[in-house]
Write a protein that binds this ligand. Structure first.
Ligand code: FMN
Length: 180
């Protein structure tokens, strides 16, 4: 693992990859794809996500105050779609159902998803915004990538491409960099 400075962790999400958001549940950890998100501030490092209040993920987050933003690669494309088709309200142990493994996080009790490219561990910072607008504002407390994916201050998308949601069940992959 490579630790990413919190002041730079917006660079893991600024290009809009679909995320697997993992939370701690009462009985089982949970995981759901979230495509609607944005960096909000660099210092403190904060992000906004739109998460429907009907999702088990939302309930877990409001109860526990923590989540992990997991950045999956193309090998997890089918798991991303499958995780979006079922709710933990119907299938309580989605990790097992999807064949995913939960790993312990460094700073929060919500787990990480094994096999992802990067992880941002976060705490909820504005509960009233979440309850009134379903807009979740979280602050990063730890960010890491798999070894080699964080290169010269950026995510190396050529070696570690990211998944992007075009709507419905359509996903694309970002893997090429233009000269700067
Ligand atoms: C690719 C993809 C992206 C999604 N993005 C969002 C999103 O940004 N916000 C949201 O509320 N739901 C989103 N969803 C829907 C939830 O992931 C889905 O309803 C999921 O089953 C909720 O699971 P849970 O109830 O176990 O938390 C998305 C689904 C897919 C497949």
């Amino acid at each position: 693992m490579t630790e990413v400075p919190l002041s730079s962790c917006y660079r893991l999400l600024g290009h809009g990859p679909v995320l697997l958001v993992s939370t701690r549940g009462l009985l089982h950890p949970n995981v759901a794809p979230i495509a609607w998100h944005s960096p909000f501030d660099r210092d403190p490092p904060q992000f906004l996500l739109t998460i429907s209040s009907g999702h088990a993920t939302f309930e877990n987050l409001l109860r526990e105050g923590e989540l992990v933003l997991n950045v999956p690669g193309p090998d997890l494309a089918s798991a991303v779609l499958a995780a979006g088709r079922v709710s933990a309200h119907e299938v309580p142990d989605k990790f097992s159902h999807l064949g995913l493994r939960a790993l312990p996080s460094a700073r929060v009790s919500a787990p990480r998803v094994e096999g992802c490219l990067a992880w941002i561990e976060c705490r909820l910072v504005d509960e009233s915004l979440a309850r009134s607008q379903e807009i979740v504002r979280v602050e990063a407390v730890r960010a890491e990538t798999v070894e080699g994916a964080w290169s010269e201050g950026f995510l190396d998308i050529e070696r570690f491409p990211t998944l992007h949601h075009l709507g419905g069940s359509r996903l694309g992959v970002l893997r090429s960099l233009l000269p700067s």
